[in-house]
Design a protein around this ligand. Structure first.
Ligand code: NAD
Length: 418
């Protein structure tokens, strides 16, 4: 891993880069670089032994010009105000590039959830939900799971909100499981958009996806589903990694069998069909046609980027390239489909979930996948149009050009109050 870029500064530099190609006033750009508001709250919660502990928590509502704020809530010791602000900004431009009527938000608590019992986590989550209640709602701000949170935490938030508001409102939260109003296709959505975006990039570059070699960094929900689906499209997955290390077989391996091995042993390492065990760094610099980073932020810095040999990168993870890495790869003509488009399947199917909750009418998995396919292809087409119209060499900048324009248009058309 690498130097850590301040994520909020990374977001702002991405916006500045795109702003140079837009006919939008500096005053409006300034608005689009900062959250509208950030809740910072101290939760005082009783632990099982009767003592009290203070937890710092945040919710950033970055931009609501295109619709209710939307974004997850993470529990992690490294959560910070700047990280939450940055993630809420990326959500704003993610919902804009895929053109769904939502804004951007994000929240988090500074906590290592492994250090607390389930009943402590419930009290901590409900204390946060009480703070969130005045600012969330299906037409205001719609949280979802993120790092170290899932269905359980979302149920506690939803129940606290519905109790305090004396209502039933399944659309206040997305990422619910099917029995609680979740959507078909949500689990696979992020990996699915990552490979649809990759397929479109290959098509645009006139490269054949059949037999193309693929390396996947991170074999969790996003990474392993991407590996499975790209294999089904005819590409050959040759390498994968997780936090314990990497595996490599130049002839390819079965991604489903590798996942079964990970389920049984906790890691892809030791998978019988891989010839070699390699480091995480090796996975990122292999001579492959497509690289899918699906682990953490800042996985590739400027130095490592010099050694990347892939022709196309489809970013399943959020922020896997530092700004320096992005510049190096653009110089070397590596086609990077940026996170805000490549991994937008998650928020897109969350949007479908919200639509279904509001209609109280549920779609088939086929319909979900078909609508997702259309949305990601449209997003990619908009990227290409901006890339060509502005003679850009960096697809990320082109994506921000489209997304920022859409948010600015919504703001300017609405006018400002007061
Ligand atoms: P996950 O926890 O299911 O999987 C993460 C994987 O990364 C695990 O296999 C873990 O072992 C691996 N990993 C951790 N450190 C690593 C390292 N140093 N090298 C290689 N592998 C490492 O998480 P996920 O839901 O798959 O999310 C992965 C990324 O995708 C994150 O950046 C997340 O923000 C992003 N993302 C996920 C979704 C979603 O719907 N799941 C949506 C949008 C973005």
């Amino acid at each position: 891993m690498s130097e850590t870029a301040n994520p909020f500064e990374s977001l702002q530099s991405q916006i500045d880069e795109a702003a140079a190609y837009l006919d939008i006033g500096d005053d409006v750009i300034e608005r689009l670089k900062h959250p509208e508001r950030v809740l910072e709250t101290n939760l005082t919660v009783e632990l099982d032994d009767g003592s009290l502990e203070r937890f710092k928590a945040f919710r950033s509502q970055f931009n609501g010009d295109r619709g209710p704020y939307k974004g997850g809530i993470r529990y992690h010791p490294q959560v910070s105000r700047d990280e939450v602000k940055a993630l809420s900004g990326w959500m704003t431009y993610k919902t804009a590039i895929v053109d769904i009527p939502l804004g951007g938000g994000k929240g988090g608590i500074i906590i290592d959830p492994d250090d607390y019992s389930e009943s402590e986590l419930e009290r901590i989550t409900r204390a946060f939900a009480k703070e969130l209640t005045p600012m969330i709602g299906e037409d205001r701000d719609i949280p979802a799971p993120d790092v170290n949170t899932g269905q359980r935490e979302m149920n506690w938030i939803k129940d606290t909100y519905e109790t305090l508001e004396n209502t039933t409102e399944p659309g206040v939260i997305t990422g619910k499981d099917l029995n609680s109003g979740g959507s078909e296709g949500r689990v696979e959505a992020t990996g699915r958009s990552t490979v649809i975006a990759a397929r479109e990039a290959f098509d645009y570059l006139d490269k054949d996806l059949q037999g193309a070699t693929v390396a996947v960094q991170g074999y969790g929900n996003a990474g392993w589903i991407a590996a499975k689906l790209i294999d089904e499209m005819g590409a050959t997955v040759v390498a994968a990694s997780d936090s314990s290390g990497g595996i490599y077989n130049p002839d390819g391996f079965d991604p489903v069998a590798a996942k079964e091995h990970k389920n049984e042993t906790g890691s892809v390492v030791g998978f019988h069909d891989a010839e070699a065990e390699i480091t995480n760094e090796d996975v990122l610099t292999l001579d492959v046609d497509l690289l899918i980073p699906a682990a953490l932020e800042n996985a590739i810095d400027g130095d490592l980027a010099e050694d990347v040999q892939a022709d196309v990168i489809s970013e399943a993870a959020n922020g896997p390239l530092t700004p320096e890495a992005d510049a190096v790869l653009a110089d070397e003509d590596v086609f990077v489909v940026p996170d805000i488009l490549a991994n937008a399947g998650g928020v897109t199917v969350s949007y479908f979930e919200w639509v279904q909750n509001r209609q109280r009418f549920y779609w088939s998995e086929e319909r979900v996948n078909e609508e997702l396919e259309n949305i990601i292809v449209d997003g990619f087409d908009a990227l290409v149009e901006a890339l060509e119209a502005n003679a850009l060499d960096n697809p990320r900048t082109a994506t921000y050009v489209v997304a920022i324009q859409r948010v600015a248009d919504a703001y300017e058309e609405a006018g400002s109050f007061p």
